[in-house]
Design a binder for this molecule. Structure first.
Ligand code: UTP
Length: 225
């Protein structure tokens, strides 16, 4: 079995409070999937990152510094998640290189961000490429990719399936003038395209969706391939 990489969106871990119940549920789900191979888990910054970044932005702090602060938030969340898993690294690697070496040692490898200028979605696709994963689960707070933001547009349409180019076009259109909440960052989609990585965008709080991806069943979310 090939390893699977999960990009665990910060928005499902760090809301107004830390979502410890979710992390426990996630940990139990991984424990029940022992017949599957290794998991690389890349954790986002969520509310923790956004609180710092949006406050500091008002003081015109350099974007590179804001990214570094965001990276530190992702690593705090990554360490929190790793604390609840078994067979996992307890020191958070700071590069994809270091993470890929840990894959030989642990069943699960958990990490956060790496360098300024991208998001943990890109880190997840790079890790997937590096460790030979064929599937990336993008666990988000929405249950798939929509034509418009379903929280704002009533008749937004959910896609079952998108080609890489359709997903890239949608992400470009959505990122014009929008906040950070595009379903996946464009660099990540381009990396997925070049290595023909299957991307499953799912509701990250729905454990059945992870299990369906692992078992090769059809999902309620969106498949990009
Ligand atoms: P996230 O990966 O959580 O960003 O990293 P996001 O996708 O915008 O947020 P969610 O997951 O939808 O809530 C948080 C921030 O940390 C910096 C970026 O500023 C990013 O917005 N970051 C993260 C980096 O600069 N490099 C990284 O490798 C990761």
């Amino acid at each position: 079995m090939k390893p699977i990489v999960i990009s665990l969106g910060g928005s499902i871990i760090s809301k107004e409070t830390l979502e410890l119940e979710f992390i426990q549920k996630f940990s139990r789900m991984l424990k029940n999937t022992e017949k599957f191979d290794k998991f690389g888990i890349v954790v986002g910054g969520g509310r923790l990152a956004r609180t710092y970044i949006s406050s500091l932005k008002e003081y015109n702090i350099n974007d590179n510094v804001l990214d570094e602060i965001g990276i530190n938030a992702t690593r705090m969340n990554a360490l929190t998640v790793s604390t609840f898993l078994e067979g996992v690294n307890s020191k958070i690697p700071t590069t994809v290189n270091d993470a890929s070496e840990l894959v030989a040692v642990y069943r699960h490898v958990v990490m956060g961000g790496t360098e300024p200028g991208h998001t943990t979605d890109t880190v997840a696709t790079l890790l997937a490429e590096r460790i030979g994963a064929r599937t990336l689960i993008n666990a988000t707070s929405v249950d798939g990719v929509y034509s418009d933001d379903p929280k704002k547009v009533k008749n937004a349409r959910k896609f079952d399936h998108l080609s890489y180019d359709e997903a890239i076009k949608l992400a470009v259109d959505k990122s014009i003038g929008a906040g950070p909440n595009v379903f996946m960052d464009i660099t990540a989609l381009n990396i997925a395209k070049r290595s023909k990585l299957k991307v499953c965008v799912i509701d990250g709080t729905n454990m059945e969706e992870y299990e369906k991806v692992m078992e090769g069943k059809s999902i309620s979310g969106t498949v990009i391939e």
